[in-house]
Design a binder for this molecule. Structure first.
Ligand SMILES: Cc1cc2nc3c(=O)[nH]c(=O)nc-3n(C[C@H](O)[C@H](O)[C@H](O)COP(=O)(O)OP(=O)(O)OC[C@H]3O[C@@H](n4cnc5c(N)ncnc54)[C@H](O)[C@@H]3O)c2cc1C
Length: 578
């Protein structure tokens, strides 16, 4: 093992090295799935001293982990269901993430809870939020967010003038936290790679290596090269979210965990369409609807409906969009229309399947199982508690390894960019002067890269044209696009526009106006010629057109059929079952 100095890059060269390393020798652990859970398992295992590989069939975080509500929260809904342990655990994670593990990526966000009844509702909601606040204290940490406060309607309207006066009687404001979900996963993978994990995207597990009953590794297809390789490992971890059952089938065993998918759709609208200084949470008949501040936008969602169709590209239908608009419009004085919608995304919750419960009641708790020797399955849970899931999965790995493995230490491992972030934040004015960038830009960069900001600024020093914003998505600098390919594992245009940045949902053009410029910027680092640039732009354009058209369809079936009309630039393959 070589000891690395500095943060690992996830560029094309590093991907090649990672695959070669994985093929060369037997690892302690190989993880299938590069969502938040798989990335968490890789970091947990490598920081316990184990040798680790991670394989992701698509882009990192391209499954559920880039399509969430982006909240790090205990979940008021679970409090109402009296699931105090789940809420306490999640709130302790919130405190840890905010204050130690990723202060550059996770930040507090306020929500207004409008009350609609006089009398019983204020004491009921107030008591719930007081409990929520108190469960948020964690050993050695403060809560990390302010406590709740009661507001009469007049003061609530001052905070959120967009609310219709007659829609509520008063309000309570409380605080939670939010995260750029895709960026967090990628940063965690860079952190794991820094500690020595080998990680590769666009590598699909298509089969298992066996010695009798025991799983001894995986057969992997490098989807970019079209070649296959074997990765041997003493333990394999299945962290594939809504694909869990497929992997179970691949191993040929009847699984102990069954995961079913529930679709949640979010809309983005420009910030000026809702005049409010705070996020808002609304009750719906089945669950809650959030209006979440997100840079110069609001994220509004979500829905909760069963989904049995394509899992790589869950499609939002007209009905989903209408549902979200109808519920938010119930409290707004100026209603939103479809013309206000800049972006739409749909994600699938990996729910541990119960007998015949409705999806919104299925458990959010996680499960770890050891169905056959050499294989650990981990599924369920939620984004906020990924670290606990990862710890439990690696405990099961340790059990299977039959050797002494140190305890999990990820509660003390800050992610790449966290160390030194606070000092740089305090010095942001000076950084602005020395870099020639506006302080607002420096703030934006610090909140995306933390103390790795220097790497982005170096690109600008080397090529000052990279200091310009993208023409058509001016929240992002051209340097950020290049950096996505050189350091952050982006391999295709879609990776850059949908996950390293969120241009695909933050602009009315959904990325089409910047596709050519962005493709040309990453062409150099990714070794593309003109033909590949043309192909990437064409695939991206088709994707956007298919998504837009699917959002005009009335039913899930119609929306799915239309969305599937746009193929992936690197399609996954249909694996052979054992
Ligand atoms: C609408 C919605 C809102 C949510 N909001 C929140 C929230 O605000 N806060 C919160 O805490 N939680 C939230 N969640 C839950 C949270 O997002 C998920 O629990 C979490 O992201 C699941 O992560 P995962 O790693 O299990 O799955 P995924 O992110 O889906 O990762 C699984 C990965 O496995 C890969 N894979 C599959 N098969 C293979 C194979 N054969 N070989 C290699 N790789 C493979 C997939 O490509 C995928 O990237 C939300 C979920 C949804 C859907």
């Amino acid at each position: 093992m070589t000891v690395r100095t500095g943060t690992a890059r996830l560029g094309p060269e590093e991907r090649g090295t990672a695959l070669a390393q994985m093929a060369a020798r037997e690892l302690d652990v190989v993880v299938i799935g590069g969502g938040v859970v798989g990335a968490g398992v890789a970091l947990d295992a490598v920081t316990r001293g184990l040798s680790v590989g991670l394989l992701e069939a698509r882009d990192f975080a391209s499954g559920t982990s880039s399509r969430s509500s982006k909240l790090i929260h205990g979940g008021l809904r679970y409090l109402e269901q009296l699931n105090f342990d789940l809420v306490r655990e999640a709130l302790q994670e919130r405190a840890l993430l905010l204050q130690r593990i990723a202060p550059h990526l996770v930040r507090p966000v306020p929500f207004l809870f409008p009350l609609t009844h006089t009398g019983w509702e204020r004491p009921y909601v107030g008591a719930g939020l007081a409990l929520y606040d108190s469960l948020g204290f964690s050993f050695g940490f403060t809560r990390g967010v302010p406590g709740h406060r009661h507001l009469p309607r007049r003061r609530a309207l001052r905070l959120a003038p967009a609310l219709r006066r007659s829609a509520f009687t008063g309000a309570v404001q409380y605080w939670d936290a939010q995260v750029d979900d895709a960026r967090y996963v990628m940063t965690m993978l860079r952190t794991a790679a820094t500690y020595g994990a080998h990680v590769a995207s666009r590598t699909q597990v298509v089969g298992f290596l066996r010695e009798g009953e025991r799983v001894t590794g995986v057969r992997v297809r490098d989807l970019e090269a079209g070649t296959e390789l074997d990765v041997r490992a003493r333990q394999v971890v299945n962290a594939t979210g809504v694909w869990t059952d497929d992997i179970q089938e691949l191993v040929g065993g009847r699984g102990q965990i069954h995961v079913r998918a529930s679709k949640g759709v979010h809309l983005l609208v420009p910030r000026d369409r809702i005049h409010s200084l705070t996020g808002i949470i609304l009750r719906t008949e089945k669950s809650v609807l959030f209006v979440i501040p997100w840079g110069r936008h609001w994220i509004i969602g979500t829905t909760d409906t069963r989904w049995d169709l394509d899992r790589a590209h869950p499609a939002a239908s007209r009905a989903d969009i209408d549902y979200v608009l109808e519920h938010v419009n119930a409290v707004l004085s100026v209603p939103l229309t479809r013309d206000d919608v800049e972006g739409v995304y749909a994600g699938l919750r990996p729910l541990l399947s119960g007998e015949s419960e409705e999806t919104s009641k299925l458990s959010r708790e996680h499960m770890v199982a050891h169905p056959v020797p050499g294989l650990v399955m981990v599924a369920g849970g939620k984004y906020t508690t990924y670290r606990v899931m990862a710890r439990d999965a690696v405990d099961a790995v340790a059990h299977g390894l039959d050797q002494r493995v140190p305890r999990s230490c990820t509660d003390r491992i800050p992610l790449a960019g966290a160390e030194g972030y606070q000092a740089l934040w305090n010095a942001r004015q000076r950084l602005a002067v020395s870099s020639g960038l506006h302080v607002a830009r420096i703030e934006h960069l610090l909140q995306r890269y933390g103390s790795m900001i220097g790497e982005v600024l170096t690109l600008i020093e080397e090529d000052p044209s990279l200091a310009r914003p993208l023409a058509g998505a001016d929240d992002y600098l051209r340097a950020e696009i290049v950096y996505a390919a050189t350091h952050e594992g982006a391999r295709h245009l879609d990776d850059v526009l949908a996950r390293r940045t969120h241009i695909s949902i933050e602009t009315f053009h959904r990325g089409l106006a910047v596709a050519q410029e962005a493709a040309e910027l990453i062409a150099g680092p990714l070794g593309w010629g003109e033909e590949q640039v043309r192909r990437e732009v064409e695939y991206y354009t088709k994707r956007v057109e298919a998504e837009r058209l699917s959002q005009e369809q009335d039913t899930d079936q119609e929306a799915d059929a239309v969305r599937l009309g746009a193929p992936d630039v690197v399609p996954a393959v249909v694996p052979r079952s054992a």
